[in-house]
Design a protein around this ligand. Structure first.
Ligand code: WTA
Length: 655
């Protein structure tokens, strides 16, 4: 395997000035962490974070697996991201360059962002929000979105951002689970030239059961589109902040105080509220921004993720701001007004570090190959120095294209493997050190003890696939599943490994010669569609909740050239199996239903109808057979335990 590997050594110009320069420097950091694990992290926590009360304890394992870091230290995340930069003379430096869907650009300096954050923080306090209260943020990419998150952090409120593409039902589930008091939203959002509702969806969610704790809704005016304001509950943000000062004393919180909850999919139907800490999380967001992206004073950083996902938390709201960086916040979509939008924005804003998802790259390759005008070669991308990839495996062909056509063959690509639960990068190249191999996320970030083990927790030899684990707790790890500590233990510290190792939920294999990691995909029932994480059970529940039509449903993933994985649903209806136009019409109805239950991102690409599903005699659905059918593969597996083998032909034929 290694013999065929194409290896790209770090560009000498990048390496010469990188914070971690050369493999010897990388190895020295790994060694430092091995020799004195707590000392390694404590050193960075003192260098990168400004503490109100310095910590004296580093790692506390007394209640493992509920680990604590820096627990007697106090700090404030928003102070670290804003005030501190102003105190060191960066007040007039541009913090955010906001580009709206239609192309209008608004820049805010650190001083302006602080003032905006403080006004929102004061408004939250005026509405009765206190330390520890939960605030749900349901808003599109915007300066106010970032400021709202920072405002929560400023007063010690716990934010939970819900991606603007989620439906009222999903929003309701999250509001209920967090027990939030207040929602921050906007009238509408603008994507690809279209106005889409936000406030109306909040209204719909709040009308459902379970949102009783919500007292107030603050509404940012984005489009001026018509909305209904409920007397006593809803307030325009402009009115809520009117007359309030633009300074606000930060709430100094303990390092372990939850900074945010972010919901993500697991292998059961109910999304889990991943709880992150303030101190450890902020440290890793800042440290990875510093080492993985090598962010500097004069860089223009652009992470294209939405603040509704963890990537937007760590690499928009927290990491780059903690370092005093300048970054782009983009409201729109990569294909509007055309598929050259990313390249044009890199050119216009002289972006130097660009971080996006393989799905975006793959769809832009298709567009560029069809039309020179939207090909990166038609733009001046010479400002770029580092490229990044996140969210799903990047296939070598897409990697090569990204490297050659976007990075001009000069820019290293950091393929960063991590998860909502890990808070920041876990396995990733460092741009001035790690030789790159397309399709591999290379080696663990210094200090991260990633390993590949078998079912009993024993290390497997390099070259052999296994289960990805992390052997030691690290500062930015998930602290709990909100309100469900038992599920936390079961999901991440299962008894299989004597509760000792963090279970990532992915499979991995290490190259036999270099030890480089390649992620082989989820080992649980979680799908990754366009870099969005979704549970098969969540989608099945959504389908089955269409009670007038659906008797039974099973959802599997199949490989897709553009989206990485595609959702494929096998459905048994309460009426005879439809064919032809009727099947098409019902499939559309079901897709819309899933869109309403979860959000458009969860709509199955394929829906196949059967009289039944392949089941064992004990009634268990044989998903591995469905996976083969979804892929269009011949079934070679053993089907002797199948109750109803004839169903396989029916499902395979019926598209
Ligand atoms: C997958 C996104 C391969 C993986 C930050 C993980 C990746 C899940 C990569 C987490 C990568 C993320 N290479 N696979 N570079 N990055 N994944 O929680 O399956 O939305 O478990 O966090 O995405 O998705 P999540």
């Amino acid at each position: 395997m290694s013999d065929e590997l194409k290896i790209y050594a770090p560009d000498p110009a990048v390496a010469a000035q990188a914070r971690v320069s050369g493999m010897a420097a990388y190895e020295a950091l790994c060694k430092e962490a091995e020799t004195d694990y707590e000392g390694f992290w404590a050193k960075r926590a003192r260098e990168l974070i400004t503490w109100k009360t310095p910590f004296t304890k580093v790692l506390d394992e007394s209640e493992a697996p509920f680990f604590k870091w820096f627990s007697d230290g106090t700090l404030n995340a928003s102070y670290n991201c804003l005030d501190r930069n102003i105190e060191r003379g960066l007040g007039d430096k541009t913090a955010l360059i906001f580009e709206a869907d239609g192309g209008e650009v608004t820049k805010v300096s650190y001083s302006e962002l602080l003032a905006r954050t403080c006004r929102i923080a004061n408004a939250l306090r005026a509405q009765g929000v206190k330390k520890g209260d939960r605030v749900v943020i349901y808003i599109a990419m915007s300066i106010d979105g970032v400021a709202a998150m920072q405002a929560c952090a400023r007063i010690g409120a716990i934010h939970s951002v819900v991606f603007g593409g989620f439906s009222a039902q999903s929003l309701r589930d999250r509001i209920e689970d967090t027990g939030a008091k207040l929602v921050i939203t906007a009238d509408e959002q603008v994507r690809g030239g279209k106005h889409l509702p936000l406030k109306a969806i909040v209204d719909e969610a709040l009308a459902l059961d379970g949102c009783g704790a919500i007292e107030k809704v603050l509404v940012v005016k984005r489009t001026g589109g018509a909305v209904t304001m409920k007397e006593g509950r809803d307030l325009w943000m402009a009115d809520a902040v009117a007359g309030l000062p633009d300074s606000c004393e930060p709430e100094w919180v303990e390092a372990e105080h939850p900074l945010f909850l972010l919901y993500t999919s697991g292998s059961t139907g109910k999304p889990k509220g991943v709880q992150h800490s303030t101190g450890g999380y902020l440290l890793h967001a800042a440290l990875t921004t510093s080492w993985t992206f090598d962010l500097r004073e004069d860089d223009v950083f652009w992470c294209t993720a939405d603040i509704g996902w963890v990537t937007g938390h760590s690499y928009i709201t927290y990491g780059p701001l903690a370092l005093g960086g300048t970054e782009i916040v983009f409201e729109g979509v990569p294909t509007y007004p055309d598929a050259g939008r990313f390249w044009k924005m890199i050119q216009d804003h002289k972006v130097s570090i660009f971080y996006t998802a393989p799905t975006a790259i793959r769809s832009l390759i298709k567009a560029a190959e069809a039309n020179d005008a939207v090909h990166p070669k038609s733009y001046d991308l010479s400002s770029l120095r580092i490229l990044g990839s996140v969210g799903e495996p990047i296939n070598p062909a897409a990697w090569e294209w990204y490297h050659q056509h976007v990075g001009g063959g000069r820019c290293p690509i950091v393929d960063t493997f991590w998860q909502t639960e890990t808070g920041g990068h876990m396995i990733t190249p460092l741009p001035g050190a790690t030789p790159l191999v397309p399709g591999s996320c290379t080696l663990p970030f210094p200090g991260i003890q990633a390993a590949v083990v078998d079912e009993t927790g024993k290390d497997v030899p390099w070259g052999q696939g296994g289960i990805l684990v992390v052997k030691r707790p690290w500062p930015s790890m998930i602290r709990n599943i909100w309100g469900d500590p038992e599920r936390f233990k079961k999901s991440y510290y299962p008894a299989d490994f004597q509760g000792k190792y963090y279970l990532a939920g992915d499979g991995a294999i290490r190259d036999p010669k270099t030890g480089y990691f390649t992620i082989t995909g989820r080992i649980d029932d979680v799908l990754n569609v366009s870099g969005h994480r979704m549970g098969t059970m969540e989608i099945e529940s959504a389908l089955v909740s269409c009670t007038e039509l659906v008797a039974e449903a099973a959802v599997v993933g199949r490989p897709d050239d553009t989206t990485g994985e595609a959702i494929c649903a096998f459905v048994v209806l309460k009426r005879p199996r439809p064919t032809g136009d009727e099947a098409k019409a019902i499939a559309k109805q079901l897709r819309d239903h899933v869109g309403k239950e979860i959000g458009p991102i969860a709509k199955p690409k394929d829906i196949r109808f059967g009289d039944n599903l392949p089941k064992t005699r004990s009634g268990k659905i044989m998903r591995r057979l469905l996976r083969s059918i979804a892929k269009g593969e011949a079934i070679t597996q053993d089907t002797s335990t199948l109750e109803n083998p004839a169903i396989l032909d029916q499902l395979a034929q019926n598209n």
